[in-house]
Design a protein around this ligand. Structure first.
Ligand code: C2E
Ligand code: CA
Ligand code: CA
Length: 529
């Protein structure tokens, strides 16, 4: 309460401690009124104050308004950016088709609605060739063409409510959102396949394309859109390995296989940690004098529950998952250690070599040579005692790079063998461009060499050509004396196979060497035939 007013109240005997009397109250009001009459100045100041603050308020409002306008612009800009981001997340910028994200959302919606849907997972065949040989620009052009073809093909299929999307790369997925019967899904596949019978034009060029299609019919068991895509992808992969332009329908069997594969991959990594991979040693014999020339090391997996697993059952998966890089390192290491040890103990003479198989994935790894030389140095083994076996498809995959790596290996003294010769793509005539010391004739030629004259002729011409190019020849998979005789007649330099020995567990090698008396009596083998 105002101090003057308090004073006046007290003066008139008014206040909380006094009971107000009507006279006192009237006197008080009169006096207050009088005192304010004489204080116009106060009233004036008060009014001014009010006016000033009103002006201030107006100014403030004005500045707020202009700030608001700026804010408004900022909000609009923000909304535009958000919309752009949303578009980028929902649409693929190259083809304008919905993206993986959008597809997953759409699929999740189908699942939550309990709708009957189907998924077609498309992957172009050999698109990588176009991209790699003609460049990304042409590749992009082709992908846009493919998207247009898809739109075209799906346009008349309204009843299936098709939703075409691009996952990335050359992978497209069509979600059929309302499916009444499976026949209509097959019709959609047919239409898509037909759409690719005309070549796709990109700039000046036109490309005959085909796609592998994985088909999946939705089931109530699917609760997660990712699982649906994964299984459709599996079916696509199946279609692809069966040939170009094929379609495969997903089934539970594939799912079980997928799980098996995943378990195998997990086991592989465990196996690396627990050092479950061991090498078997198969002798390679000099065909002219029966002497032991080398041991080829062959991987075996001592699995705690699967038993001894052969390479055909895990190499491909190890290669795919990358585990082969670590497994291979262990193999190189233990081959070098073994050979150095046997030589020190006098089990083997120091002309006997050891050969290791190097897969495609290992060859594309940067540190491979460092690792090999390092292993040799650590075990005090001359690199000259090491043979690297590489298949022709590994070389063909990246001719220049792999050739350079193999050249360096040879410069350090390693020998390089071309494995499985005759099964790959390269022709005999490209052999001279490749950095090999030796070709290993594939088992499939050796098998019939003594019974089929055509096979014998092929082997003969490979040997002749290799010799003309300064290469030596190993024949692998020699099981019978007849084969040996024929290979010797063809002038083959080295032989390897069950006839001499199966791949031996490491602990059996010293005994085998002792028993073979370091030279096979090839003549006596022949005489016995
Ligand atoms: P490869 O390099 O062609 O190995 C020769 C295969 O022929 C071996 O099979 C060997 O056991 C088998 N073999 C040898 N002599 C005969 C015979 O007289 N008759 C028959 N029928 N077969 C014979 P294995 O040990 O099952 O190896 C299979 C493949 O696994 C190898 O083919 C090689 O590609 C791969 N592999 C094996 N060890 C390694 C390794 O250490 N690293 C890599 N990257 N791959 C390996
Ligand atoms: Ca081999
Ligand atoms: Ca081979």
């Amino acid at each position: 309460m105002h101090r003057t007013l308090q004073r006046q109240l007290r003066k008139h005997g008014l206040g909380p401690e006094h009971a107000p009397s009507a006279d006192a109250w009237a006197a008080f009001v009169r006096e207050v009124a009088r005192s304010y009459d004489g204080h116009d100045e106060h009233r004036y100041l008060l009014q001014r104050a009010m006016e000033i603050s009103a002006e201030e308020m107006r100014a403030l409002a004005q500045s707020l308004a202009s700030k608001n306008a700026l804010l408004e612009l900022e909000i609009q800009e923000h909304a535009r950016t958000a919309a752009k981001l949303r578009y980028a997340a929902t649409y693929d910028s190259l083809t304008g088709l919905p993206s993986r994200r959008a597809l997953l959302d759409e699929l999740a919606q189908r699942i939550s609605l309990g709708a009957r849907y189907a998924v077609l997972f498309l992957d172009l065949d050999d698109f990588k060739v176009i991209n790699d040989s003609l460049g990304h620009e042409v590749g992009d052009h082709v992908l846009r063409g493919v998207a247009d073809r898809l739109r075209e093909a799906l346009a008349p299929l309204d009843s299936l409510a098709p939703y075409a999307s691009r996952l990335g790369g050359d992978e497209f997925v069509v979600l059929l959102r309302t499916v009444s019967d499976e026949r209509s899904v097959l019709r959609a596949v047919e239409r898509i396949r037909d759409a690719f019978t005309r070549p796709v034009v990109a700039g000046q060029q036109s490309f005959a394309l085909s796609a592998s299609v994985g088909m999946l019919i939705g089931k109530p068991e699917y609760l997660d859109a990712h699982d649906v895509l994964r299984d459709a992808d599996t079916a696509m992969y199946r279609a692809k390995v069966s040939g170009k332009g094929r379609c495969a329908v997903f089934n539970d069997y594939m799912h079980a296989e997928n799980l098996d594969r995943m378990r195998l991959i997990q086991d592989l990594w465990h196996g690396i940690e627990r050092r479950e991979f061991v090498l078997a040693y198969q002798p390679v014999i000099d065909a002219t004098n029966g002497r032991l020339a080398a041991f080829e090391t062959l991987l075996r997996w001592k699995h705690p529950t699967r038993g001894m697993v052969q390479p055909d059952n895990f190499i491909e998966v190890a290669e795919h998952s990358g585990a082969i890089v670590d497994i291979g390192r262990q193999a190189i290491d233990s081959a070098c250690a073994q050979l150095a040890g046997w030589t020190r103990l006098g089990v083997l003479g120091d002309s006997v070599r050891v050969s290791v198989n190097i897969s495609k994935r290992q060859m594309s790894e940067d540190g491979i040579l460092d690792h090999i030389f390092d292993a040799c140095a650590r075990h005090r083994l001359s690199p000259e005692r090491l043979i690297l076996e590489v298949t022709e498809s590994t070389v063909m995959a990246d001719l220049e790079r792999v050739s350079a790596v193999l050249d360096t290996a040879r410069a350090h003294g390693c020998l390089v063998y071309m494995d499985d010769f005759g099964t790959g793509l390269s022709s005999i005539s490209t052999l001279h461009r490749m950095p090999f010391d030796t070709v290993k004739i594939d088992r499939s030629f050796v098998r019939h060499v003594s019974t089929d004259r055509a096979h014998a002729a092929v082997v003969q011409s490979i040997v002749t050509l290799a010799h003309n190019l300064g290469l030596t020849v190993v024949a692998e998979g020699v099981e019978h004396l007849g084969q040996l005789a024929q290979l010797q007649a063809c002038d083959c330099d080295f032989v390897q196979g069950y006839l001499f020995s199966r791949p031996l567990p490491v602990e059996d090698v010293p005994d085998w060497v002792a028993a073979s008396d370091s030279a096979f009596k090839l003549d006596s083998i022949r005489d016995a035939a």
